[in-house]
Design a protein around this ligand. Structure first.
Ligand code: DMJ
Length: 488
């Protein structure tokens, strides 16, 4: 007698069960081991009153970290939170922390701090520096930060700074393919860095596009849009991109596809350039790409959803790796309308967090072992809780946020700020506090707990550094382009 598969025998019963029970049933039927899901403590609802208290706690912690920066690193890129010393990325400071922090300070209503940050930036930040900078980081942190702070404050000096910066960055796009070089000298316009990745080539359009809208000069939008399209044109038939690409010949150097660091925000901007600018070409590039991502990278294991690594052409699974950077994906899925996958993936993120009470940079989700043990104070898992709370109204995401915030404060707070962890297992601290803690981590915690009126989610699109951008009511009048700095 042929045996019917076990699943077929109970299928009629399963059809009528709620989704949560179906997941448990799927878990029981699968052969893959299911690490400790049932043992995890349940989440407890968060009342509106408790949420308001949490929002105030976040604000207090933002104030604490800002005070440390002010006291020990004023005017520099960042504060080293253990040695209480300043840190600069390059020979001259570009004020990463104040620029990244400014819109968060404004949204939190920390007026005094916001005003002092704005004055510092407006009067002392100069981009006329003879040094090579990384186009991607400068664009998402500084260009994005200046534009959103300009929109929130109305201070025209910030838009002037953004335009000066945008102009200095433009030479990166002058490659034979239109894919940007990774570095540019801010004074001379000379470029370097031919090996790039999809995140760096494809995460520029929100910032450059908004600069075009606010200045009336289309050149910024056009160059960044071409870079995004040229990246997409080289995707496989599945819609997947590899890890590294040569910007001069357009050849992939590494064909491994995933949604983590080096690729992540390329997918994010395909959707967001449709959301912000209504660009229909972006919409169709997004639809093709997300279908491939869900087909080849999504991985159901033991009843849990993960996104791993695969060959970009064949879709063959290469690694069962997920981590702190991948954790932006539930936000993107939710925004793209796929709430079932978004919810399921965020549950996996919670499991990752709970392994050690704070998330690691990466883990092997097949064995649930940590593969990269640091925690750089990353915001992505909080960002996803915020988006999911916005789209579902489910208290569950505020409850997750409370657990994340408690762990974040318990394990990373220092006397003068917040410190990254070298190892989430031992909780050993590292002398680093990236500016994205101010731009993103505190902002997403705050917005998750604050009343909706703190920011109209539907009126803005966050760039990948959490800087909210909104289309101006009336487009700026067309203006003649400024001359770019000459390449030498
Ligand atoms: C940020 O600079 C941005 O969110 C970027 O897209 C990826 N990583 C960091 C924060 O983790």
């Amino acid at each position: 007698m042929t045996r019917r598969p076990r699943f077929a025998l109970i299928q009629p019963v399963l059809k009528n069960l709620p989704v949560a029970l179906l997941m448990v049933a799927a878990q029981a039927l699968t052969l893959a081991p299911a690490p400790a899901l049932a043992a995890a403590p349940a989440l407890r609802p968060v009342s509106e009153a408790e949420s308001a208290v949490l929002a105030n706690r976040v604000k207090d912690e933002m104030r604490h970290a800002w005070q440390g920066y002010k006291q020990y690193a004023w005017g520099h890129d960042a504060l080293k939170p253990l040695s209480k010393a300043p840190h600069d990325w390059y020979a001259q400071s570009l004020m990463m922390t104040p620029v990244d922090a400014l819109d968060t300070l404004i949204l939190m209503g920390l007026k005094e701090q916001a005003d002092e940050a704005r004055e510092l930036i407006a009067t002392r930040l100069s981009f006329d520096q003879d040094m090579y900078v990384q186009n991607f980081e400068i664009s998402i942190r500084l260009l994005g930060g200046l534009l959103s702070a300009y929109q929130l404050s109305g201070d025209a000096r910030l838009l002037a700074k953004a335009q000066d910066l945008g102009q200095r960055l433009l030479p990166v796009f002058d490659s034979p393919t239109g894919l940007p070089y990774t570095h540019v000298n801010l004074r001379t316009g000379k470029v370097r860095g031919t090996i790039s990745n999809p995140a760096e080539t494809g995460t520029l359009l929100l910032e450059f596009g908004m600069l075009s809208r606010l200045t009336g000069q289309p050149v910024y939008f056009e160059k960044a849009k071409r870079a995004l399209v040229e990246t997409y044109r080289r995707a496989s038939a599945l819609g997947l991109v590899g890890s590294t690409i040569n910007v001069e010949n357009g050849q992939w150097q590494d064909p491994v596809a995933h949604i983590g660091g080096g690729i992540d925000s390329y997918y994010e901007y395909l959707y967001k350039c449709w959301r912000l600018f209504g660009d229909t070409e972006c919409k169709s590039m997004w639809e093709h790409s997300i279908a491939g991502v869900n087909q080849a990278l999504a991985d159901n294991r033991g009843g849990a959803l993960w996104y791993g690594h695969a060959d970009m052409t064949s879709g063959r699974r290469l690694k069962t790796q997920y981590g702190a950077l991948d954790a932006f994906m539930p936000a993107l899925l939710a925004m793209g309308g796929d709430l079932p996958r978004a919810r399921a993936l965020q549950e996996s993120g919670l499991r990752m967090w709970r392994l050690h009470g704070i998330e690691p940079e990466s883990l092997d989700y097949a064995s649930m072992k940590v593969t990269s043990p640091g925690y750089a104070l990353r915001p992505e898992i909080v960002e996803s809780a915020y988006y999911l709370h916005h789209y579902t109204g489910d208290w569950r995401y505020r409850a997750m946020g409370r657990e994340f915030f408690d762990g974040f404060v318990r394990h990373t707070r220092s006397e003068v700020g917040y410190a990254a962890l070298k190892d989430v297992r031992s909780k050993t601290k590292e002398d680093s506090m990236e500016s994205f803690v101010f731009a993103e981590t505190f902002k997403y915690f705050y917005l998750l707990f604050a009343p909706k009126e703190a920011l109209d989610f539907d009126a803005v699109t966050f760039n990948t550094e959490a800087h909210p951008l909104r289309l101006p009511v009336a487009p700026a009048p067309a203006a003649p382009a400024q001359a770019a700095p000459a390449a030498q």
